[in-house]
Design a protein around this ligand. Structure first.
Ligand code: URA
Length: 258
């Protein structure tokens, strides 16, 4: 059956659909020996030879088993599959026997906590799509003691760059000492370095940041640097978030909004 090339590349686990589109536009994809750069071009994996960077992807499409991994990322690891500077990579923490996996979304080099990895480009596309903003929960230690008024600014949305404001967020103070304060932050969007830039905007830099939940997924038994595969139910929950009445759970209502 004919399918769009970007979908086939994503299904083969080579890249997310968005990245697959970039590969096509940049001339890295060929069908039956001819380079294809037009997005939306279709091919049939049963009859056409589809190559990405000169490598045939038909065998991957035929044999593929989807793998979904939850990693508790340590600080000092890059959320990437490669790095020209040779820094430690999150994929180095996963055994090669699980195949070639890519991270779903991103955590900064010095952010720790839960990170999904998979070979399923369609899954990545679903989780990272701007339409499907799965809430992500972070625990942040920040410098000093922000006032309640400053925290209210974060809750309402704050300017974090030129013309760039954040959407309303849930921010809960966990505790404060003389030199530091701890907060739980629930974000429904994923801007670059968002938590750090939010606290920078109120003059209290983040000194430690950990993601503790992605949607409904959390795991307090997974130690830093450890990983596990997702259960079939956990994968399904991401694909079909439960519908919850608005008056009973506002957070989950955002999950099902598509
Ligand atoms: N917000 C940040 O500032 N960094 C992350 O890694 C994730 C969210």
């Amino acid at each position: 059956m004919q399918q769009r090339l970007q979908k086939l590349i994503a299904t083969a686990g080579i890249a997310s659909r968005r990245h697959a589109e970039e590969l096509i536009s940049a001339g890295h994809v060929s069908v039956n020996g001819r380079v294809v750069t037009e997005l939306g071009t279709k091919a049939d994996p049963d009859t056409d030879h589809i190559k990405v960077n000169g490598r045939l992807i038909n065998p991957q499409l035929a044999q593929r088993v989807n793998v979904y991994v939850l990693l508790n990322k340590p600080r000092g690891y890059l959320t990437s599959v490669s790095d020209p500077e040779g820094r430690p990579l999150v994929v180095d923490l996963i055994p090669p026997s699980l195949g070639r996996l890519h991270p779903v979304g991103r955590l900064d080099f010095n952010t720790e906590g839960l990170l999904l990895l998979t070979n399923d480009g369609e899954f990545t596309n679903l989780i990272t799509s701007a339409r499907n903003q799965i809430p992500k929960v972070y625990k942040a230690r920040v410098q000093g003691t922000p006032s309640d008024k400053a925290i209210d600014r974060l809750r309402r949305g704050v300017l974090i760059g030129e013309g760039e404001s954040t959407a309303p967020a849930e921010v809960r103070r966990l505790r404060s000492s003389e030199s530091n304060s701890w907060f739980e932050v629930v974000l429904h969007e994923g801007r670059n370095q968002q938590v750090r830039r939010m606290f920078d905007a109120i003059g209290h830099s983040v000194v430690r940041l950990k993601r503790i939940r992605i949607g409904d997924l959390e795991d307090q038994n997974l130690r830093t640097g450890e990983w596990r595969t997702l259960t079939a139910i956990e994968v399904k929950r991401f694909k079909k978030p439960r519908k919850v009445k608005p008056e009973t759970d506002r957070r989950r209502v955002r999950v099902v909004r598509r």
